[in-house]
Design a binder for this molecule. Structure first.
Ligand code: GRF
Length: 228
């Protein structure tokens, strides 16, 4: 089944999440404050007990226990059908802790965003904070990227850099990265609902031009071209 065309403006957002949902909350707070012109059309989870679901009214929640499905492809097909029925312009993975199968990614191609707590291409996958500390990195951070079938490998749209302190452990570093996640996700979603970003030929585009390096979040919460 094909997706409906983008709305004008493309402000319908479906969110996928498995856990606490602080990134979703950042979007909800901005919508409430009138600083993000978007509609959350559904929150989708592989974990029926996930706290994230409680952040939206029941009518917007969809969850199934992914472990009860015989195969990933079966769960992802149900998930995709449920998401498509809400006619989203964008599908935002915000702490969604399952790998999406290739058919799912293909179906939402060009509309599927993910927030990942590392400066991609460094540290795809899990345990990013521990790996950054073990490598002795002085800088760590977070990326928002288009999703492709390969894990955390799609075109990066924007990043926020977080300095690593000598005293950091994985928890303290994760907490500071999380503080950067919320404004970064918000800033990219603002671009998305304004119709300013797109994925083309495995690159991220801003206003119709290829982003050769990710946008960088500055200390005022705005995105700038790197080096600008
Ligand atoms: C964030 O660190 C996100 O980058 C990672 O999972 C966490 C989700 O946090 N993929 P929350 O559920 O949005 O609070």
């Amino acid at each position: 089944m094909n997706l409906t065309p983008f709305s004008s403006p493309p402000r319908r957002i479906a969110v996928l999440a498995s856990g606490r949902g602080s990134n979703l909350q950042a979007l909800l707070d901005a919508i409430d404050a009138g600083t993000l012109d978007a509609d959350i059309v559904g929150v989708f989870s592989d974990k029926p007990q996930a706290p994230v679901l409680q952040r939206v009214p029941e009518a917007l929640r969809w969850s199934r226990d992914a472990k009860l499905y015989p195969q990933r492809v079966d769960f992802d097909a149900d998930l995709a059908a449920a998401i498509a029925s809400t006619q989203p312009d964008w599908v935002v993975c915000a702490g969604y802790l399952r790998i999406l199968d290739a058919a799912f990614v293909q179906r939402f191609h060009g509309r599927l965003l993910n927030i990942h707590p590392s400066l991609l291409p460094k540290y795809r996958g899990l345990r990013t904070h521990i790996r950054a500390l073990a490598a002795g990195d002085r800088e760590h951070g977070v990326s928002v990227h288009f999703v492709t079938p390969d894990l955390d490998a799609g075109a990066v749209i924007a990043q926020a850099v977080v300095a690593v302190d000598a005293q950091d452990d994985a928890d303290s570093l994760a907490a500071r990265v999380l503080q950067a996640e919320h404004p970064l996700l918000l800033a990219v979603v603002r671009l998305a609902v304004a119709g300013r970003i797109a994925e083309q030929d495995a690159t991220a585009q801003l206003d119709g031009h290829t982003l050769f390096t990710p946008l960088q979040l500055d200390c005022t919460g705005h995105l700038a071209r790197s080096g600008a």
